[in-house]
Write a protein that binds this ligand. Structure first.
Ligand code: CP3
Length: 375
């Protein structure tokens, strides 16, 4: 753990020449709402598909030049306020000793799923250095975006990792899952397997996040994509403590943390207890209700339904305006989708949304907010 004095120094360093995205993560005033998109580099984008024609997903992730290029191209094409490093949630599995592959149309497949205490014990935590290629890609992205853009703002750089529950679910189920039966069986068993798995994941993820921060990531987003499969009781009993430890140890590296999950309406107050700086909301919860559930001491990212990007212009514009109206210019709102952009999404509509957020997402003073609320 880094000493607290160094924490402050590191945080200041990241605020220097800071971007509206980073300031919004810390609930500081911004000139307008920052905007970026989950899965902004992906299969909906012809530029990504052109690269993908010649490389596998894992080759792209593991080659810093290509990962950086894909990251930069998407951020510049959309003209968003933050670039998320092109990587995947499952990359840390390899140094932990778990082989996996991406099967077309089926998503990730872990060859030998983790189902026993012996297997958990065999997972390695001493080879995180092998993930250095992600940090190298971040270094390139950070160098590219070091200078302020035309509007004087420096683009924010987002590193990321999976949350303990979501990563454990892939390890234990062996891939995507509907009911998470094996994962929950390990949680409920009450033996040493689940706590040890949490401990090992935290150790690897903190070291991995540290590499990313040292390479220039301004913010770390923790993806707990499938946490919505849990009841509040199970989340509190099996996941809140490990996730809180991960959040706090990453914050101690000197960067804000965004914590994102899907189907989290009932979990939001518990997720807030992790002390994440920003919570990512899915689109099912009206943004103001979600924000009320977590309180003013926390930023909120979201939460346009990604499928509205297929809607006619008038509907899409109304939905963008609605998200901004529900955020009401409060400091700490970052405009995003409620989950990732899906393949087939028209790129022009994504670009249009960025333009609307820039146009409509003007920050308001507390007084103007008050007056707007009375209208
Ligand atoms: O700009 C970006 O956000 C892209 C970078 C990125 C990828 N994966 C590349 C990728 C990020 C942030 C991720 C995170 C990730 N990976 C998550 C959390 C995000 C979320 O959506 O909740 C998850 C659950 C994974 C695991 C994963 N990777 C799955 C389930 C799949 C297959 C799903 C699908 O859409 O087919 C992947 C593959 C993957 N990772 C793709 C991309 C661009 C698409 C496949 C490809 O290009 O071959």
């Amino acid at each position: 753990m880094i000493e607290s004095k160094e924490n402050t120094a590191a945080l200041n360093l990241h605020l220097e020449g800071s971007s509206r995205f980073v300031r919004a993560c810390l609930r500081q005033p911004v000139d307008r709402t920052p905007v970026w998109f989950l899965r902004q580099a992906g299969r909906y984008m012809p530029e990504y598909m052109a690269v993908r024609k010649h490389h596998t997903l894992l080759d792209i992730c593991r080659t810093p030049e290509i990962a950086a290029e894909v990251t930069i191209t998407a951020a510049e094409r959309l003209d968003v306020d933050a670039a998320i490093i092109f990587a995947d949630l499952l990359l840390p599995f390899t140094p932990m000793g778990l082989d996996f592959e991406f099967v077309a149309g089926e998503g990730p497949m872990v060859h030998t799923p983790v189902r026993s205490l012996e297997h958990v014990k065999a997972l390695r935590t001493d080879r995180v250095e092998e993930l250095r290629y992600v940090a190298q890609a971040i270094e390139k992205v950070a160098a590219h975006f070091a200078a302020p853009r035309a509007d004087g703002d420096r683009l924010g750089i987002i590193g990321f990792c999976g949350a303990p529950f979501t990563l454990a679910s892939y390890m234990i189920e062996g891939g995507s899952s509907r009911n998470y039966i094996e994962t929950k069986k390990m949680m409920y068993a009450g033996d040493a397997a689940w706590p040890l798995l949490m401990e090992k994941l935290i150790s690897v993820l903190v070291a991995y996040a540290q590499q990313q921060v040292e390479a220039g990531a301004d913010v770390i987003q923790i993806f707990d994509s499938w946490v919505g499969a849990l009841s509040v009781t199970d989340y509190r009993e099996y996941c809140l403590n490990p996730t809180t430890e991960l959040v706090q140890r990453i914050k101690a590296l000197g960067v804000p943390v965004i914590y994102f999950g899907v189907d989290t309406a009932s979990l939001l107050p518990a997720m807030r207890e992790t002390t994440a700086d920003v919570l990512g909301l899915d689109w099912r919860t009206p943004l103001d209700e979600g924000w009320n559930a977590v309180g003013d001491g926390c930023g909120v990212q979201g939460n346009l339904d990604p499928i509205t990007l297929f809607a006619p212009e008038n509907v899409l514009e109304a939905r963008v305006r609605e998200v901004l109206a529900l955020a009401a210019g409060r400091p700490g709102h970052i405009f995003n989708l409620g989950h990732g952009i899906v393949p087939g999404t028209p790129v022009d509509n994504v670009i249009q949304v960025v333009e609307w957020v820039k146009q409509f997402g003007v920050a308001r003073t507390p007084r103007a907010r008050h007056e707007a609320a009375r209208k």
